[in-house]
Write a protein that binds this ligand. Sequence first.
Ligand SMILES: [Zn+2]
Length: 138
Amino acid sequence: MSDTEIPLVFDNIITSGPEVHLQGAYCASCETYCFPMQEKCPGCLGELQVADLGNQGRIYSVTTIRTRAPLGLPSPYSVALVDLTDVPLRVFSLMNPAEAGSYQIGQHVELHVATLGFDNNKETCRRPYFGALKQLQR
Ligand SMILES: [Zn+2]
């Protein structure tokens, strides 16, 4: 089984394409974005359309969890609130476990997808997480 055949932890959370982006939703009525896709806009209950949320952001807040990790994740691991670069939205995200504890508020991060841990059915899965830029920019 090649890496891309391993199912995502949840369907429809990343775009398909050469570059992986977060996939969420946009409400044209109240001009807000949300992640992940939901049935109705959480703000006005209007119709949502699929939206590309980009693949970069900056860390708004971050913490590292050192207790035993759930879902087969390595321990310790960091989680963060990330302000996305392309759309006005703050998302809660797992951070690259290999970099746990190294993150700083304001740090520029980008989306990665890798086989990591288990899903709710205890099956190996791929999941998106933010991490340090693969190549330093600016
Ligand atoms: Zn709305």
